[in-house]
Design a protein around this ligand. Sequence first.
Ligand SMILES: [Zn+2]
Length: 92
Amino acid sequence: MSGRTHARACPERTCLGCRERAAKRDLLRIVVIEGECAPDPRGTLPGRGAYVHPASVCLDLAVRRRAFPRAFRVQGPLETADLRRFVEQRTL
Ligand SMILES: [Zn+2]
């Protein structure tokens, strides 16, 4: 992996679910608010952000591999019900 040919103008992030890199604008930013994963579709909320495709398959993968607590460096499970609802509404 040389990675030198990437255009710098298009920021990329890794999806926590499928682990594929994608343009930041194609991913959903997630932040933690009081122990819950919250969607941040506008990317404006403060704090550490994690990125996932706005698709329930990727969300499921991320939850199953406990990627969210690891990404946010917190102990234990994080509530993802609101996030799941948000993603499911978007993917209808
Ligand atoms: Zn993904």
